[in-house]
Design a protein around this ligand. Structure first.
Ligand code: NAD
Length: 299
């Protein structure tokens, strides 16, 4: 299939590569010329604008930082909508707010292009391995059309419901993840300060009712697990500032829905304070260092 792919960053680059590997013809666009050159070296065609990338495409994918970028790439001058042929589906895989996704869906649909939101989880490792989870908000017909394309980049393709529900699933999951990581940090630090061995405590939690992903797969306490950011100084992984972006989406959406987010708001402030101390690029599990009294000076 002839696919346009716009946004070749940490996630989009490897995703576009997997489409090439699956035998699709991919036309790419990104403001970053190096990212474009990398994909062209692997067989993609490059376009001078999102409109040009979309002109011959049977399917358009975007993977951009935030709502404003997606809006500009789709609806701006030389945007996708000014190039795409009628009927061509547009699927946005970025993490953006559900309200923007729904607004863009209306705009695209009005022009004859079905739109789906399909944010992902699985990180850069999942993007490279082609094992991402896609949370898709789309009509049944568009989901059926998109599924085979997304399967070249992911393992779990989940139909969450109508437009916007993919983003809802994504921000609710990350809200809970932010909170659970803080809870595990609090419990692990308390245990260690009361002189229980951290590995023993983690073992108990992971076979008891406190078990969760933050405890049994991504434990923030150094030395408890191999191969997680806590075992390498919190480098790599999912950055504090990216988690803050997702918490901002959740709190904004909650405001619109008149829904209180007590723990979410507190989590947002904790990560915000941690970012302010210059730790925004560290993995989000580094929040445990706040409990250990290790801020800017503690390292
Ligand atoms: P990134 O910053 O690495 O890549 C974004 C790319 O978009 C860059 O190459 C940039 O040049 C390009 N871009 C920006 N504005 C553009 C424009 N107007 N036209 C064309 N290209 C433009 O970001 P990423 O890590 O690839 O993340 C992309 C999305 O996926 C974000 O919404 C993020 O929240 C989400 N996400 C990221 C991860 C992760 O682990 N990195 C995991 C899940 C979801």
């Amino acid at each position: 299939m002839n696919i346009a792919f716009i946004g070749l960053g940490n996630m989009g680059g490897p995703m576009a590569r997997n489409l090439l590997k699956a035998g699709h013809a991919v036309t790419v666009f990104d403001l970053n010329k190096e990212a474009v050159a990398g994909l062209v070296g692997e067989g993609a065609l490059s376009a001078a604008s999102p409109a040009e990338a979309a002109r011959e495409a049977a399917f358009v994918l975007t993977m951009l930082p935030a709502s404003a970028h997606v809006e500009a790439v789709l609806t701006g001058l030389q945007g996708v909508l000014s190039g795409a042929q009628k009927g061509v589906p547009i699927v946005d895989c970025s993490t953006i707010d559900p309200a923007t996704a729904r607004r863009l869906a209306e705009r695209c649909t009005a022009q004859g292009n079905p739109f789906a939101d399909a944010p992902v989880s699985g990180g850069t490792g999942g993007a490279a391995a082609g094992t991402l989870t896609f949370m898709v908000g789309a009509s049944d017909a568009l989901f059926a059309q998109a599924q085979p394309v997304l399967q070249a980049m992911g393992k779990n393709i989940v139909h969450c419901g109508g437009t916007g529900t993919g983003q809802v699933a994504k921000i609710c999951n990350n809200l809970l993840l932010a909170i659970s990581m803080i809870g595990v940090s609090e419990a692990m630090t308390l245990g260690a300060s009361l002189a229980i061995d951290a590995k023993v405590l983690a073992g108990i939690i992971n076979t008891s009712s406190g078990r969760c992903w933050s405890a049994d797969t991504y434990n923030p306490f150094p030395g408890v697990m191999e191969g997680v950011p806590a075992s390498r100084g919190y480098s790599g992984g999912f950055g504090v500032d990216l988690m803050l972006k997702d918490l901002g989406l959740a709190t904004d959406a909650a405001k619109g829905a008149h829904q209180p987010l007590m723990l979410g708001a507190l989590a947002q402030q904790l990560y915000q304070a941690w970012s302010q101390q210059g730790q925004g690029k560290l993995d989000f599990s580094s929040i445990i260092r706040m409990y250990q009294g290790q801020g800017t000076s503690g390292g």
